[in-house]
Design a protein around this ligand. Structure first.
Ligand SMILES: C[S@@+](CC[C@H](N)C(=O)[O-])C[C@H]1O[C@@H](n2cnc3c(N)ncnc32)[C@H](O)[C@@H]1O
Length: 273
């Protein structure tokens, strides 16, 4: 099942090009070569979850976890949620999901790392970690993802190098240096990695990127081959709006639309086209 961009655009969320196409590419590649379960930690209104749901094959399970309207386990996490996700409800997520799919995934309302109590271990082909962006939570979520993943399964880490998410960056590279996690691709916002062999997934990313306007650059990081999918060469898109870096990514689409209604130029940023 294909979910067109126009349908995805009707769902509020922080999930943009090139990651939408990278998800499509890697979900298709894993469906063919490593059938298995899917999971998402942090769904918000379901923008990336509906794409995961579209990839489900026979016998495969999508499990998602989010606090939704429940309180966070600590003050910092609560502050993060109040600032960026106020008003979110489980009912709103489920209504969005049902607009696209006839059946809900397994929905867990709770702390992201608790997904290990609800999803099968060692069977997942693709796990998207996109819940709290605070260091201790991301460390726990990466450990949880490792338990869920099949040997060559893919871990996607959101916001691993944003200005406002140093905790994700630390947790991501800590996992690379201490647990054998191997990033095979990075986009402007997400790291794509595996604890197994990522060469097949990397080839799929390279094949997709060839012929697009996204920059494709090969590097070696910690002894492993990594492809960087970079923003299109300057001139093909308008520059970021100067206010963009002060606004949490998930809130930017709303701010952009308000600005446009007020007649201000907020630009076609590389995050939100
Ligand atoms: C960046 S949003 C997820 C974006 C989503 N993947 C999308 O496609 O739009 C982060 C989500 O994580 C949830 N969250 C924050 N802290 C959490 C925690 N400790 N455990 C579970 N969910 C959490 C928030 O409620 C929010 O829905």
């Amino acid at each position: 099942m294909d979910i067109p961009d126009e349908l995805l655009d009707t769902i509020e969320g922080a999930f943009w090009p090139p990651d939408v196409d990278l998800f499509r590419t890697l979900l298709a590649a894993t469906a063919t070569h490593l059938p298995g379960d899917l999971a998402e930690l942090g769904v918000f209104y379901g923008k990336s979850a509906v794409l995961l749901g579209a990839s489900l094959g026979d016998g495969e399970v999508l499990t998602v976890v989010d606090l939704f309207e429940a309180g966070a386990p600590d003050e910092q996490n609560q502050g993060e949620n109040d600032a960026s996700y106020a008003g979110l409800t489980r009912a709103a997520f489920e209504a969005n999901y049902r607009r696209v799919h006839s059946a809900l995934p397994v929905v867990v309302q709770g702390l992201s790392e608790s997904i290990v109590d609800h999803a099968r271990h060692g069977t997942h082909r693709f796990v998207h970690v996109d819940a709290s962006h605070l260091h201790a939570h991301v460390v726990a979520d990466i450990d949880a993802a490792r338990l869920l993943l099949a040997p060559d399964g893919i871990l996607v880490l959101d916001d691993f190098r944003e200005e406002h998410t140093p905790g994700v960056a630390a947790a991501a590279w800590q996992a690379v240096l201490t647990s054998g996690l191997r990033p095979f691709a990075v986009s402007p916002h997400k790291m794509y990695a595996t604890w197994g062999d990522g060469s097949r997934w990397q080839a799929a990313v390279e094949e997709w990127a060839t012929g697009t306007t996204w920059v494709l650059e090969r590097q070696v990081v910690n002894g492993d081959s990594l492809v960087r999918i970079g923003s299109p060469v300057s001139g093909t898109l308008p520059p970021d709006h100067p206010a963009r870096r002060f606004v949490p990514p998930v809130v930017w689409p709303l701010v952009r639309r308000m600005g446009e209604r007020a007649g201000l130029r907020t630009g076609g940023t590389r995050d939100q086209r």
